[in-house]
Structures are given as C-alpha cells and as structure tokens.
Design a protein. Structure first.
Length: 520
C-alpha cells in the first residue's frame, strides 16, 4: 500500500511583481531594459532595479509603510516603470491617475481611496497644488521632470539619498498592488484592487503573442492603465528592451525604424493614424514581426490597411480590465475564423451562458463570462456591484457572444451601456447626467456611432426644452467643464421629436443608432 501524500497548506513560492525585475537584473544585468524616449535616457536591467530599490526605500524613509496608498500622475516615461516596481517591492499600494481626467476627478479618486502620497510629473504641478490645498491627508509630494512645483520633494533627490539594496519588506502574493479604474471615471463601482498575484501571472498573455528574448517592445498604451503596465512587465519577463513613449504617429513610425521594434500594442484609432501618415511609405518597418490590437472592435478597413502597409502579422485579444486578456486571436486564427476574437489563452476560461447560468450550445448567443489568474475578485467599497459582476466563481463581462465547436469566441453586442472610443471606455450615463444640466436641454441619450478613427464616436442625441434653441457647440463647451476630453461628445445631434422609449420609460438606443449610423 502506498503512503498517503500530505500536501502543505500553501506553496512556499510566491508570485510577486517585484521579483520579476529582481530576477531580470540578475539574468540580464547589462542588457538595456528601458529606453525613455521623452527624456532620451537608457537604463540597463541592473540600473533599473537599483533605481526601483532606491525609490522603494526612499518612500519608506518618508514614513510610508506597507499597505499605505501612493498616487502617481505622469505621461509615459521611465519613472512610471520605476514607480510600479518600487510599489511592488515595498508593499505600498498604487493609485495610477489617468492624466486625461479633470483635476476634480483625480482629487475625488485620491480622497475616496485614501492616498497618503503623490508622485507626479511636474507638468501636472497645478494638480499637485490642488492636492496640497484640498487633501491634507496627502503628506508627501514628490515631483520629477521639467518644471516647478513649490514645496515638492525632488524625485532624483529622494533616490540619491536612499539605499539601492532590495527592500526588507515581506510581500505576499495576495497583497493589494494597485487600484485600477475600468472606465477612466471616479465612479467607485468600477474601481478595484489588483493583487500581486494578478499582475505577476502575465507570462501566458505574452506567450499567446509568441514573445521571445529577441523581441524589442514599443510601449504606447498609457501606462496608468492595466494594458500599459502589462507591456512593462512582459518586457521584463522576457528580458527585452522596452521603448517607452507617448503615442505620436510620426514619431511611432520613426521609432520602429530606428529602434528596430519587433512588436507593439495599438488600439484601432492608432492604426488609422499611422495609415494616414505621409511618411509611412518611406519608413523601414522591416523589423516589425507583430502588431497587437485591443481596446475596441477593429474595423476591417484598419485591419486590412495595417496588414498590407505596416505589418502582415496581427494579433487581437479580448478581455476586461478586471480579467486581463481572456482570449487571443493570432494570425492563423484570423485566417481560420475571421469573425472571432480568438480562443482562451493558457489558464483562462470562457463560457457563454443563458440567464440562469447554464452553458449554451455552440453558436447560440448568450452572456460571456470568464476567469483567469489575472481576474480580480471584487470592486472597491461596493458590495452591490461586486455581487452583480462576480458570481459563482466567474466574472460576468456584460458582453453578449457565442462560442463555436472549436472554442472560438465571437462578440455580438453589449449588455452594458458602454462606448469604447479610442480605446477608452465611456459610460453613457455619466455623459447624459452632465448634458441634462445644460440650459435648454430637456432630454438626451448618449450612444456610440461607428467611426473610422475612434472606433466609436461618443454621440449625444438631444431634445430641446420647449421654446429653447439648443446649440451643439454650447453643449460641447458645457461638457468640457466637467468631463474629460475623451468623454465629451464628438457629435451633438438635436432632434425635434421625443426620444423613442419603451413602455417602462427606457430609451430605445438601438433605434437611435439605426437612425443616425452612417451606412457603409
């Protein structure tokens, strides 16, 4: 009789984000890790790891301790990578701020989550000054980059006075790592904490893109979001150079040529902008082996144009901010199932279910649910939204889709009222609430209309109050006072008749889309 095997309560190994960079510095010490294009700086893996350690130790020297919250506000540059890894090593919990938000939104987010410090690029010094005046609980402000910020500690000064040794902090893989927003709003139902484990299990994501040690990554996605961070981590996991910059179409083409970039992640809007560049035909893009698309539906004209004129091997993926990627469509998948967004990646699971949670047969449309090691388990301080989304061990995406016999997923619509414009999620209700406060507006509905540049254009359909004349430009100006630029309607349509509604008073938005959509 064989002896019984007794398993330990939990494995001794831990999945921790900071260890990704620590190990990369051991394995690839002198290899270039990051090229910060906005500042021209280049750091090896050993240099980057030392700077991250100094930042972690420096923040702790200011009295910050594991579990406290550190907000950061910056465009794409090397400091953002350093902040992410310093947080991972120190146990401080990050609050990445979307610089596209209005200052009032940023401050509300910091207050709601309880920020104890703010690290900021000095071009956003005005926001930092408002934080100092309005959030007395934020006891440390650290500035970097060009410009002035009164009474803020210098980032490089902090690093210079700190130890480069690995921080002496015990990190558990289930510790909160940073807070993320799914829609770029301060609405807490869409805010959640990502754990160390969630963001250290990214290897399967990049395996689906056939990443190797020979790649050179170009990170263009804003690094305040989960996708931007993923490309930081993916390059570190593979020990490859990461070219970090902010998207500019002309510069992007030039960098692909000069840095011999092999892979990058775009949203369809970026692809459309690259195709419109007059320098495209004369740029050497021969180093590119792959372009990855995500963020919104990929219009056929953009997909075909990019494949023909920029790079023939295209990947697409589908998932939520809360799950990370669930499925990937590689070039072979695209040829085999052109209408699908792909099949589940390693360790991810996807199902299509009826309203009772039962699996539907292949080809039938139902609710898409999924889970993966990257999937979070709750929303911040909102049990009602948590109960709605996380049920029976699965995350309910709010999308409608179908699976075929081979496991290919097709997305057929949304249960949620979300518009995806230029890779950013915009909740129609938030925009409608803003517009209804505009003088002269009696009723409104916000919809997404197909757009060759943005994927979907945020569009407001407005009914004026009796006797009032509604000016579209005035509505736009009104929205800009309280909404981020990407949320402000790109189109304002005024109609004389009432909005179409159901018997229960809900706007039938599909009728508005049918009416105003430009037919191809």
């Amino acid at each position: 009789m064989s002896a019984a095997i007794t398993m330990p309560h939990r494995a001794l190994g831990q999945m921790r984000v900071g260890q990704l960079l620590t190990n990369a510095a051991l394995r690839h010490a002198t290899k270039e890790a990051f090229h910060c294009v906005p500042t021209g700086r280049r750091y090896t893996f050993a240099e980057s790891n030392a700077r991250c350690n100094r930042l972690a130790n420096g923040l702790m020297s200011l009295g910050l301790a594991k579990g406290q919250r550190v907000a950061f506000l910056s465009t794409n540059r090397a400091e953002v990578a350093e902040i992410y890894f310093a947080l991972a090593k120190s146990g401080l919990v990050g609050i990445p701020l979307n610089y596209r938000l209005a200052p009032v939104e940023m401050i509300a987010l910091m207050q709601d989550i309880g920020a104890d410090a703010l690290l900021f690029e000095r071009k956003f010094a005005a926001v930092a000054e408002r934080v100092r005046a309005e959030l007395p609980a934020v006891r440390a402000l650290v500035g970097f980059g060009d410009g002035d910020a009164a009474a803020a500690l210098g980032y490089e000064t902090l690093l210079a006075g700190a130890d480069a040794a690995e921080p002496a902090v015990e990190i558990d893989e289930h510790d909160a790592y940073y807070y993320n927003l799914t829609s770029g709003t301060t609405g807490l139902p869409k805010c959640y904490a990502i754990s160390q484990y969630n963001n250290s299990t990214l290897a399967s994501f990049f395996q689906a893109f056939d990443m190797t040690h020979a790649d050179v990554v170009l990170t263009l996605f804003p690094m305040f979001g989960r996708v931007g961070f993923a490309w930081l981590a993916g390059a570190v996991i593979h020990g490859v150079r990461n070219v970090i910059t902010n998207f500019d179409p002309a510069q992007t083409l030039a960098l692909i040529a000069s840095e011999r970039v092999t892979i990058t992640n775009l949203v369809p809007t970026m692809g459309a902008m690259l195709l419109a560049q007059p320098t495209l035909a004369d740029t050497d893009l021969g180093s590119l082996r792959a372009i990855v698309f995500a963020g919104s539906l990929l219009p056929p004209a953009v997909r075909d144009g990019v494949a023909e004129r920029i790079c023939p091997r295209l990947y697409e993926y589908y998932g939520m901010q809360e799950t990370g990627a669930l499925v990937v469509s590689n070039p072979e998948d695209r040829a085999h199932r052109p209408g699908s967004v792909g099949r589940a990646i390693l360790f991810a699971e996807v199902r299509v279910v009826d309203p009772d949670g039962r699996d539907l047969p292949p080809g039938e449309t139902g609710a898409v649910i999924g889970r993966s090691p990257g999937t979070v388990s709750s929303y911040f301080n909102n049990p009602a939204k948590t109960a709605e989304t996380f049920r029976d061990g699965w995350l309910h995406t709010g999308d409608l889709g179908s699976l075929d016999e081979e496991g290919y997923l097709s997305i057929n619509g949304r249960l949620k009222d979300v518009i995806v414009t230029g890779g950013q999620n915009v909740h129609a209700g938030e925009v409608e609430a803003a517009i209804l406060g505009c003088p002269g507006v009696a009723d409104c509905a916000v919809i997404g209309l197909r757009d060759s540049l943005w994927g979907e254009a945020v569009t407001a359909v407005i009914v004026g109050a009796e006797g009032a004349t509604v000016d579209a430009e005035a509505v736009t100006r009104w929205c800009r006072q309280s909404l981020a630029g990407f949320k402000t309607p790109k189109k304002v349509l005024v109609q004389p008749e009432p909005l179409p509604r159901t018997a229960t008073g809900k706007v039938q938005k599909f009728l508005l889309v049918e009416r105003y959509e430009v037919k191809e």
